[in-house]
Design a protein around this ligand. Structure first.
Ligand code: PLP
Length: 305
């Protein structure tokens, strides 16, 4: 699929998509010391609208602070630049990728003083995962330990861990890999959070600590409470408990709500779920989510800008 759009916003100007190359000695290219966000905008009855933009920009600024980046612009200016980039590219829906990175001028591991660049790309991205329900596997690679990085920041270098998992599991039977943390508890997917539904309709999700606090995760927790009266239990979950669950799904800006058919454990035991069925709780919350992001539910219109 051609994801290309006409313009990329960079440091307060619009450049043509093919005209944004970086110098070979860009600090970030060598050491992964940059931060990013993944945001979606949707086709709504009121035009293209960005979902939870403020929350994404707040997380981006938090990530930049963790990386000691001194920014010369404000939160509001960044929000406006994002909306301008969406408008300039004239797509009805798609994905938005702001990045902030150390550019050129320093090559040692202390990057302070190197120039900082900010860029915002928009691309055409329909479904991240083409199937309604997917087959996944617990990966051999464990989630990076929270003592080694900041789990709440979207730091590009952290994604080496995610990419190792994707390379391990893709290409065969499996569409995604589930990461355990270094103590063996369920953590998350390379780019999504996970939820389980018990046989008596309780909903569980791994507690914060070894996972990215997903904005979709927080949205789903709020929607389950407000719309279905379900209080999500945030707790530690061992892979051995998975066989007691009847549904499993994952959440993320790119993947939205995706049902899981089966999870294969490290010992190759395969657990199946009913999450992909029409009358599942997974399907119910997925529909609620898709209505909210596309302004079919007025109650949450303040999340759209
Ligand atoms: C590692 C990881 N976990 C979870 C998520 C889901 O986060 P969000 O719902 O904010 O997109 C993402 C995506 O940003 C991610 O990269």
């Amino acid at each position: 699929m051609d994801i290309k759009t006409p313009y990329i916003w960079k440091n307060w100007e619009f450049l043509e998509w093919d005209n944004t190359m970086e110098h070979n000695l860009t600090h970030t290219l060598h050491y992964g010391w940059w931060v990013f966000e993944g945001i979606r905008f949707y086709d709504t009855p009121n035009g293209p609208k960005v979902f939870r933009l403020d929350t994404h920009i707040d997380r981006l600024l938090y990530s930049a602070k963790v990386m000691w980046m001194d920014l010369i612009y404000s939160r509001d200016e960044l929000i406006k630049a994002t909306l301008d980039t969406v408008a300039k590219n004239a797509e009805k829906s798609g994905y938005i990728r702001p990045i902030i990175f150390y550019w050129y001028g320093k090559m040692w591991l202390y990057p302070k003083g190197a120039a900082i660049d900010t860029a915002i790309s928009v691309w055409k991205w329909g479904r991240y995962i083409s199937d309604d329900a997917i087959t996944v596997k617990v990966s051999k690679t464990r989630r990076i330990h929270p003592a080694t990085t900041d789990m709440a920041a979207k730091i590009c270098g952290n994604y080496a861990n995610s990419i190792l998992v994707s390379l391990e599991v893709h290409g065969g039977w499996y569409q995604e890999g589930l990461l355990l943390d270094t103590e063996g508890f369920i953590a998350e997917w390379p780019g999504e959070n996970i939820f389980f539904v018990t046989k008596d309709n309780q909903v569980l999700t791994p507690e914060l600590g070894t996972i990215l606090p997903g904005i979709t995760r927080a949205t789903i927790i709020e929607l389950l409470k407000n719309e279905l009266g379900i209080d999500v239990i945030e707790t530690k979950i061992m892979p051995g408990e998975i066989k007691n669950f009847k549904e499993a799904f994952f959440t993320g800006t790119a993947a939205e709500v995706t049902a899981i058919w089966t999870i294969s454990l490290e010992n190759w035991e395969k657990i199946s779920f009913s999450s992909g069925e029409e009358d599942s709780l997974t399907n119910k919350i997925k529909k609620i989510y898709l209505d909210v992001v596309s302004w079919k539910n007025e109650k949450y219109s303040s999340w759209l800008s």
